[in-house]
Design a protein around this ligand. Structure first.
Ligand code: NAP
Ligand code: MG
Length: 404
């Protein structure tokens, strides 16, 4: 078989700990034997981010804007403990937040479903997909703690010198204050990313916020979503028999739990952070959750939703062959290569990427899986370690090689 060739490289962002170990394995055993892989490589491992003053993260994000498709491994978000563990000079912000702020748009999280793993919410027959705004609100906040009574105001000074003020609070004593912002064009980009994703996937969209309480801020989100839907997407949605609705966030939570799934739930940045973990754990396992950042100008960044799986890494360092689930990382690679193939019109590449997804699912459906999933089966199955599991996926993939 001649290896599948690629036209444009994908932007590859390496990461940390156990996720980095699996990243290398997935590439070596599931991609490189079949694909003449072209990547533009960035090492986002915590030491290299530190060494480069985090420039490598910014460079990687800009490369995604240039190339159109990126694939990212999980990375450590540094804190005081990690600073001493890795002897870091600085504590830089989460690479995901840095990349999201540059790409803008929305992050979509969708579980990989297999018949052996039943969702905790029995009513969910199809995946609940979360679309999370990638910019602003509390993630770009300004906070202050106040030690004594005094007045806190919001002041806007226009470039023309005009000024507007609003009283936040007459602080009666010690307390805390916070200001946050968003931009109409970022909200519009969020809305368009959601509508475009929903059209691609054939899913209805529900956007939820709290416009009854936040009658300016959240109401702006609601209005921008409505206006863009009416002007640009309503007809296209009609053709696909899907629709868009706005609802209050608390009502949305109640509806989602009672639903059968099969829709995109568009969430503001913070709501999306919280709800995506709820949906991921209710769907079965964080290791089965895929994640893609879709920018308003059509760039894609794929990753796994889980972190670096730190505790497994320490066991791996002590010589253990851990049973860490590589499915979300395999899917990140497969979805990125599939997208690259679609954008470049290279059918063999998309064909390979689809076979990789199918082979992964077949392997699990045949009872071969890592410990996190094996424990969810009735009765529990004997788990494979990550290495053996990946070899089983390779075995299931090989016969498909003739089809691309
Ligand atoms: P985590 O890496 O997601 O792991 C939390 C726990 O979830 C693990 O201990 C494991 O449970 C289970 N788990 C997660 N992924 C798994 C997999 N692939 N296979 C099997 N089990 C899996 O989260 P964390 O331990 O809170 O964070 C570790 C580091 O990851 C932190 O430094 C954090 O900053 C970073 N992080 C990065 C990203 C990202 O880059 N996107 C996201 C989140 C966190 P058991 O131990 O019970 O087996
Ligand atoms: Mg989170």
């Amino acid at each position: 078989m001649t290896k599948v060739s690629m036209k444009t490289p994908v932007v590859e962002m390496d990461g940390d700990e156990m996720a980095r170990v699996l990243w290398g394995l997935v590439k070596e055993r599931l991609v490189l034997p079949f694909v003449d892989l072209k990547t533009e490589y960035y090492d986002l491992g915590v030491k290299n981010r530190d060494r480069t003053g985090d420039a490598v993260t910014v460079d990687a994000a800009r490369a995604i804007l240039r190339r159109g498709v990126g694939v990212k491994c999980a990375t450590i978000t540094a804190n005081a403990a990690r600073k001493s563990e890795y002897a870091l000079e600085n504590i830089f912000p989460s690479p995901n937040a840095t990349i999201r702020a540059i790409l803008d748009g929305a992050v979509f999280r969708k579980p990989v479903t297999v018949s052996l793993v039943k969702p905790a919410i029995a009513a969910w027959k199809r995946p609940v997909v979360i679309g999370r705004h990638a910019y602003g609100d509390v993630y770009k906040n300004v906070e202050m703690s106040v030690d004594a009574p005094g007045k806190v105001e919001l002041v806007y000074t226009g470039e023309d010198g005009g000024e507007r003020r609003a009283l936040v609070a007459d602080m009666r004593g010690r307390g805390v204050v916070q200001a946050m912002h968003n931009y109409d064009d970022s909200i519009a980009g969020f809305a368009r990313s959601c509508f475009r994703y929903a059209l691609d996937e054939g899913l209805p969209v529900m956007f939820a916020a709290k416009d009854t309480i936040s009658q300016v801020y959240d109401a702006r989100f609601r209005d921008i979503f409505n206006n863009i839907y009416e002007a640009e997407y309503k007809d296209k949605f009609g053709e696909k028999n899907i629709d868009y609705s706005y609802t209050l966030i608390d009502d949305a939570v109640a509806r989602v739990i009672k639903s059968g799934g099969g829709f995109l739930w568009a969430c503001k940045n913070y709501d999306g952070d919280v709800m995506s973990d709820m949906v991921a754990s209710a769907a079965g396992s964080l290791a089965m959750m895929t994640s893609v950042l879709l920018s308003p100008d059509g760039c894609y960044e794929y990753e796994a939703a889980h972190g670096t799986v730190q505790k497994h890494f320490y066991r791996y360092q002590r010589g253990e062959r851990t049973s860490t689930n590589p499915v979300a990382l395999i899917f990140a690679w497969a979805l990125a290569l599939e997208r690259r193939g679609i954008l470049d019109g290279t059918e063999r590449l998309s064909g390979f990427a689809q076979s990789l997804q199918t082979a992964t699912l077949q392997t699990i459906e045949s009872g071969k899986m890592t410990g996190d999933l094996a424990a969810l089966c009735h009765p529990p199955l004997t788990p494979l370690d990550s290495w053996d599991f990946i070899d089983e996926v390779a075995r299931a993939l090989r016969p498909a090689a003739g089809s691309w």
